[in-house]
Ligand binder design. Structure first.
Ligand code: COA
Ligand code: AMP
Length: 631
């Protein structure tokens, strides 16, 4: 069937379409209804069905003939170690850790926060939660203790699972003190912490509360898979919203297993038994979906890489991993390729490796600039597929689905809507925009299986944030257009979210931190264009009257404050002090105009601007740090 036929069927007969896809999953009890549409705008998939996601990822492959196939390959250039777990070894380790969780009181529906680096135990902990029906919430290691505390207070975990440290190219990051600080800061107190003591830097355990991973598994007996409802939550993943309060995206069990399994063949064209590599982090949605769940559901070998594209040790690291482990399809963010291209523009390192088994590269997480796409395509000689998705959807909204039909690539576009997603561009009057006309990108409800059913314990916030802009539609938060061929182009966000090295960050959250500094009267944070990371946050700060401390000192304090309150991942290093901020007559700060000035792009003088002279002042200050120069 052609893409057009598959796509049409997914929208005209969603129940038939997804009901068929669901046959590929092992159910303990079949569903009563494929799509429960009884309470719009909330929809639920596979209501009444029962299954276990861990069983589908691990046990059924052991029983089905893949017991000795590698399930997970851990490749860690930062520690100089590699480890392979077969499906049967993975099953045993997951079952034992599930027993360890049960020993510390975790039962179905309890939350477990996982704060770990890229080690196999992170995957084992996630699957162990799934095995007993507990709800995991993985927090990325680059977030601060304050961000971790916010998540502890929202998810209210019974137990925390943490690594003692993470390893960055330039330093060892001590996770254990961050964990302790977070628990001190949080109002909710988890009962127990299980700490993986890494040899590089073991942590100090708090007596009565903490136990080591080794001790926890020593006393544990393997736990069986617990049958859960298709609609029960599998995990919560927090993502940046427009304020400092992150959104707890919920993923269910049934729809998630069906959609992710379907995506492996149809979107990525990967067969069971092949090696699939998502070079991301388990703390992000890409890590959840394409390091852990989807490849394992499909019976693939998944790769867990603890390293960077460059510097561990050189820009040939990705090619080494692909060659050494026989990777057939890889997924990463464009920023990783920009980093490689910058250090090795001629791709000389590529010549050292045999990439004959490599078939396709998928990029997502941020806009893929045509230069990077062309560089990757020319040097790798395989299809390079830009695809568009978000934490909320959990899998691709637009892609070139190589497993259905390879469509011609148009650089700058993630191609066409994926089956299941009715993507529409709506103008300010909620009318469908004409081809080429930019508007808000919306998805007509219901969203397909695997996408968020709600925000954790906040149906109201889910409806207010995503489902209220236009009745019957989900608001993606992205703006863009479709061309005459129906190709989607993603142009920008309509909110204050920026994308730094493929990481999603809220400028509003950073402004809250800057505003908390005692010398700051008001501030704005904008995302400025960056050749490596796509965007970088830049803070503009007005000091309170009478503050006469050295600006250099205040700037350093502000940089440190964001690092401490949000984390190093914010990559907040640019801050300037200005006399005034440009505003509209009603007092709204003109962030978009300042961004255009900083990037040196054309802009229209806003009709409602209060004092145009301020723009000139801001431009001068930005020029002094190397921005605001016309291309
Ligand atoms: N734990 C603790 N700190 C972390 C961390 C973690 N898990 N991950 C990143 N950090 C730190 C980094 O060390 C860096 O700190 P620094 O300011 O002291 O240098 C800071 O957070 C910013 O990290 P990052 O934006 O990743 O920058 P980088 O310079 O370390 O690396 C790239 C740049 C492009 C190589 C890297 O971002 C990359 O590989 N990105 C692509 C893949 C990806 O992760 N995509 C995500 C979604 S698909
Ligand atoms: P996250 O939730 O962290 O995955 O970030 C999702 C956001 O990243 C989207 O809403 C987009 O703004 C951006 N994004 C992801 N993939 C792409 C892509 N292929 N092209 C353009 N923007 C993208």
């Amino acid at each position: 069937m052609s893409y057009a036929e598959v796509y049409r069927r997914s929208l005209t007969d969603p129940e038939g379409f997804w009901g068929e896809a669901a046959q590929a999953i092992d159910w303990d009890k079949p569903w009563d209804k494929v799509l429960d549409a009884s309470a719009p705008p909330l929809y639920r998939w596979f209501r009444g069905g029962r299954l276990n996601t861990c069983y589908n990822c691990v046990d059924r492959h052991v029983e089905g003939g893949r017991a000795d196939q590698a399930a997970l390959i851990y490749d860690s250039p930062v520690t100089g170690t590699q480890r392979t777990l077969t499906f049967s070894q993975l099953r045993d380790e997951v079952a034992t850790f599930a027993g360890a969780l049960a020993n510390v009181g975790v039962t179905k529906g309890d939350r477990v926060i996982i704060y770990m680096p890229m080690v196999p135990e992170a995957v084992i902990a996630m699957l162990a939660c799934a095995r007993i029906g507990a709800i995991h919430s993985v927090v990325f290691g680059g977030f601060s203790s304050k961000e971790l505390a916010t998540r502890i207070d929202d998810a209210k975990p019974r137990v925390m699972v943490a690594g003692s440290c993470g390893i960055e190219t330039n330093r060892v990051v001590l996770y254990k003190p961050l964990l302790d600080d977070a628990i001190d800061l949080a109002a909710h107190k988890p009962e127990r912490c299980i700490v993986l003591q890494r040899p590089q830097e073991p942590g100090t355990l708090v007596e009565g509360r903490d136990i080591s991973w080794a001790e926890a598994v020593q006393n544990a007996t393997p736990h069986a898979c617990v049958s859960v409802e298709a609609t029960d939550p599998l995990y919560i993943l927090y993502t940046s919203g427009t304020t400092g309060i992150p959104k707890g995206v919920v993923r269910d069990n049934g729809g998630h297993a069906v959609a992710l399994h379907w995506s492996m063949k149809h979107v990525y064209n990967v067969e069971p038994g092949e090696v699939f590599w998502a070079a991301s982090d388990v703390g992000w949605v890409v890590g959840h979906s394409y390091i852990v769940y989807a490849p394992l559901l499909q019976g693939c070998t998944t790769l867990l890489y603890e390293g960077k594209p460059v510097g561990t040790p050189d820009p040939g690291a990705f090619w080494r991993v692909i060659a050494e482990h026989g990777v057939s399809v890889m997924f990463t963010a464009p920023t990783a390729f920009r980093a490689i291209k910058r250090e090795d523009p001629g791709a000389t390192h590529l010549k050292r490796y045999d990439l004959s088994r490599f078939r396709a590269l998928y990029l997502a997480g941020e806009r893929c600039d045509p230069d990077t796409l062309n560089w990757a395509e020319t040097n790798l000689g395989v299809p390079v597929i830009d695809h568009w998705w978000q934490t909320e959807t959990g899998w691709a909204i637009a892609a070139n689905c190589l497993g259905i039909e390879a469509l011609p690539v148009k650089p700058g576009s993630p191609t066409v809507p994926v089956p299941g997603y009715d993507v529409q561009i709506l103008d300010d009057n909620a009318k469908e925009a004409k081809p080429g006309e930019i508007g808000r990108i919306m998805i007509r409800l219901p969203l397909p299986p695997g996408t968020l059913p709600t925000l954790w314990q906040k149906d109201d916030r889910y409806i207010a944030s995503y489902l209220s802009a236009v009745e019957g539609y989900y608001l993606t938060g992205d703006a863009g257009f479709k061309d005459e061929d129906g190709y989607v182009f993603i142009m920008s966000r309509i909110d204050d979210i920026i994308n730094v090295a493929g990481h999603r960050l809220s400028t509003g959250g950073m402004e809250e931190v800057l505003a908390s500094h005692p010398n700051v009267a008001e501030c704005a944070v904008i995302g400025v264009a960056d050749q490596l990371k796509g965007e970088l946050p830049l803070g503009l700060v007005v000091l309170k009257a009478g503050v006469d401390r050295a600006h250099e000192v205040i700037r350093k304090e502000l940089v440190n404050l964001v690092r401490e309150k949000i984390g190093p991942v914010a990559a907040f290093k640019l801050v300037v002090i200005v006399d005034r901020l440009p505003k509209t007559r009603s007092g709204k700060i003109l962030r978009g105009t300042m961004k255009a000035i900083a990037d040196g792009t054309e802009y229209k003088m806003p009709a409602t601007i209060d004092d145009p002279a301020i723009l000139g002042e801001v431009e001068q200050v930005l020029q002094s740090i190397g921005y605001a120069h016309h291309a």
